[in-house]
Design a protein around this ligand. Structure first.
Ligand code: GCB
Length: 763
């Protein structure tokens, strides 16, 4: 039988590259796995976290592996970001490229009797041909998903290094299940294979033993499971467990055993009416999730995963997009058990790298994603790419997307493939026509347009995509907990504005059953070391819940009201308690149908609504006012204090520290000190270019290209030459969208100057 030995304790770590002969003299830090070397510098802003090699070493005695198991011993790492080279006692075991999937090496013949030295050189350098290469999140380096030794007391065992991991793939049908596994070819001496299937109540529903035909390595078996209990999403995520044993039947001895949960379910997507689970309409409404946590980076444990899932359940989501890479096996298991429909994806993100090794890396990350997660009933979609058109499209990029789609189909004909495209990608692009399904990431009311545009945008794209089902894979806005406003507006980073964007988006999506799925961005705030948003460095604040998971933002409760059924009431404004308005609007979210507002003990108004309750404005009294919103026994309250003016602690003011060189340059360009002569309004003249046109459109005109180079790339080159270099290629994003990311380094008025120049160029 197999033994699994936890190999997470007592590692040593050293940042940087260490040669073999430097091992003994280097200074090592004692660490346990999971571990990342970017837990702190990857979240503190400045885009300066360490991205480079690091070495992990574990000195262990052979006694940690019982003697009779040493002949068949393997080391498995849950993940190593992004490249790992593994050595045992100086001998090279192999390399793994890709920071999110498990990999396994045979260590049997390299183990020595006394002490052993296992060395893993991990590298998360930027220039590696390994995705992700550029994206809006921190690429934490390290052995962040732990390690284990899997060993056997005999030669007969299942293959455990196929696509890096266990070779057991289960394909449920209507009333039968196909079970495929691989055994070690050269060593199969077992006489029988025993298949055992139990339902979710642990009752055995199938037991079958077949005689082994010696010499095969690939086994496929179809077993009947009459009238299976279906996996029904949130309402009844019923799981079966298949256990396969290799046996010496005459001796009654089991030599190795492997098992996996699986579920029976069917699904489909209709372009007009959305997603169906087991034949019934099941609109997918949910969240995207990254796998990091404050001060821990990606080196999280099951308790952080559990907490994340519990929060996602509390919000009432029925689907999770596990963005933008393969996540922990434990989390997919949780999704199976909790009934979440999952979109799983590879980190083919934010552009295409035309090195051939990078193409190969995409293939292998996709193969591992699929083959390592094949058995999860929660997974319905394989995501091929995210926003790769953002920096321009190319025929080679299209080919790669098509090829990846074929790989997914070949490895798994039971699931649908999908792709998330950036808002500027045209529906006519092959990026919308190479997978079964497609979605847009759209940030109406944040990076572009207004929060009222979600519906019109979806209608337009749905009409254009005549044969592709459309979904929305991201939407949302930033909210930094300390900023507040009674008149929330775009880019003010208030909790209130974020909630408005989500209210409007959900109103629009709710009226559009054709959207096969919608996923808000993001369930949690997450680390993005290059960001500096709303006074908060190193973080993307679009979460419904803070990075430390301690505080649920206002918008969290909107979703809870829309999606969950356990009665609750939430009065908005928990952190916005000093109120300066003449009359204050009281807003509550609830999944109850009728609520009553009490102000300082008096019932003021009773309102019927669906999720969002906007009571008539009230006049606050001097001092503290108690606001209670109640339905039966369920209530929530907040205390508002009347103040005379907007408290400055609620208002985010961008502090710009422009470089001297940029300030001087701008003074010359505008010819008027630090002020420009341009009208401070973005005017769009019909038939002329503007900052709203995609850069690739602007770059079709030499004057357009020159305008951006002179007015934007030039000052950028004074502070960030590599970013300036990137402005040479025009992508699908408009200058207006890019501006949000670069405006901190440049004068506020530059956008007007650029627009004015573009306005003079006839299309
Ligand atoms: C996107 C990306 C995601 C970003 C998000 C944002 O479209 O897919 O990775 O984090 O926008 O917040 O800008």
């Amino acid at each position: 039988m197999r033994k699994i030995i936890d190999f997470n304790k007592e590692w040593e770590f050293c940042k940087g590259d260490i040669r073999e002969d430097e091992m003994s003299t280097s200074s090592w830090e004692k660490v346990d796995l999971p571990h990342t070397y970017n837990a702190l510098d990857g979240q503190d802003g400045g885009n300066d976290y360490y991205q480079g090699p690091a070495v992990y070493r574990k000195l262990f005695s052979a006694d940690e592996i019982p003697e009779e198991y040493r002949e068949n011993a393997y080391i498995r790492f849950g993940a190593a970001s992004k490249r790992a080279d593994v050595y045992l006692n100086g001998a090279y075991l192999g390399k793994h490229d890709g920071g999110f999937s498990a990999f396994t090496f045979d260590i049997s013949d390299k183990l020595t009797k006394g002490s052993n030295e296992l060395v893993v050189r991990v590298d998360n350098s930027k220039e590696l041909p390994i995705y992700p290469m550029f994206a809006d999140f921190t690429f934490f380096g390290g052995l962040y998903r732990g390690a284990e030794v899997i060993c056997f007391d005999g030669d007969e065992h299942f293959n455990i290094d196929e696509y890096g991991t266990d070779a057991l793939w289960i394909t449920p049908g209507k009333d039968s299940v196909d079970i495929r596994f691989k055994a070690r070819t050269d060593k199969c001496g077992f006489t029988a294979v025993i298949y055992d299937i139990c339902d979710g109540t642990k009752v055995e529903v199938v037991r079958q033993s077949i005689t082994n035909e010696y010499g095969r390595d690939d086994y496929v078996m179809t077993l009947k499971v009459p009238k299976p209990h279906l996996w029904k999403g949130l309402s009844d995520p019923h799981l079966y467990t298949a256990t396969i044993s290799m046996a010496l039947e005459d001796k009654g001895e089991i030599m190795d055993e492997i098992s996996s949960d699986f579920g029976f379910r069917s699904f489909r997507v209709d372009r007009e009416s959305g997603f169906y689970l087991n034949g019934e309409s099941y609109p997918l409404r949910g969240v995207c999730r990254h796998q990091d946590r404050e001060n821990m980076g990606w080196a999280i444990t099951s308790s952080e995963h559990d907490e994340d899932m519990q929060l996602i359940r509390e919000a009432g989501a029925n689907t999770v997009r596990l963005a933008h890479y393969q996540q922990a096996p434990y989390f997919y298991d949780l999704c199976d058990r909790q009934g979440m429909v999952v979109w799983a994806e590879i980190p083919f993100i934010s552009g295409y790298d035309d090195r051939r090794e990078s193409d190969e890396n995409l293939r292998s990350q996709l193969r591992e994603l699929i083959m390592q997660n094949y058995n999860h009933p929660s997974i319905c979609f394989w995501g091929i790419a995210n926003e790769i058109g953002i920096a321009g499209e190319s025929p080679r990029m299209y080919e790669v997307v098509k090829e990846l789609n074929s790989i997914a189909k070949e490895l798994d004909s039971t699931r649908l493939t999908t792709i998330a495209n950036v808002g500027m990608t045209e529906t006519s692009s092959p990026l919308f026509h190479s997978t079964d399904l497609a979605t847009y990431n759209e940030y109406k009311g944040w990076y572009e347009g207004s929060a009222d545009d979600h519906g019109a945008f979806a209608d337009e794209k749905h009409a254009e995509l005549v044969d592709v089902p459309l979904g929305i894979s991201e939407y949302g806005a930033e909210a930094v907990m300390k900023w507040h406003s009674a008149e929330p507006k775009v880019q003010d980073y208030t909790e209130e504005y974020q909630a408005v964007v989500h209210e409007k988006a959900m109103e629009a999506f709710g009226q559009r059953p054709y959207l096969w799925g919608t996923w808000l961005w993001n369930m949690f705030d997450f680390a993005a070391d290059q960001r500096d948003e709303g006074g908060c460095k190193g973080r993307n604040n679009k979460g419904l819940v803070t990075f430390d998971r301690k505080t649920k933002k206002q918008a969290f409760y909107l979703y809870k009201a829309l999606w969950s059924s356990e009665p609750f009431v939430y009065v908005c404004g928990k952190r916005f308690t000093k109120r300066y308005e003449d009359k204050v609007e009281i807003k509550a979210y609830s999944n109850l149908k009728e609520l009553t507002l009490f102000v300082n003990g008096d019932a003021v108004q009773t309102l019927k609504a669906d999720a969002v309750f906007r009571f008539d404005k009230i006049q606050l009294l001097a001092g503290e006012n108690e606001i209670v919103v109640r339905a039966g026994d369920t209530e929530d309250k907040v205390a508002f204090t009347k103040v005379d003016e907007i408290p400055s602690e609620y208002v985010f003011k961008e502090e710009k520290n422009l470089s001297e060189a940029v300030t001087q340059w701008f003074a010359t360009v505008s010819g008027n000190g630090a002020e420009s002569n341009a009208v401070k309004e973005i005017v769009v003249n019909e038939g002329f270019l503007s900052v709203y046109d995609p850069l690739e459109e602007v770059y079709k005109y030499p004057e357009g290209y020159n305008a951006i180079q002179e007015l934007v790339a030039k000052p950028m080159s004074l502070i960030n030459p590599s970013m300036a270099d990137r402005m040479k290629t025009g992508g699908a994003m408009s200058f207006h969208s890019i501006w949000h990311h670069i405006s901190k380094m440049l004068p506020d008025d530059l956008i007007y100057v650029v627009n004015e120049r573009l306005n003079k160029i006839r299309k």
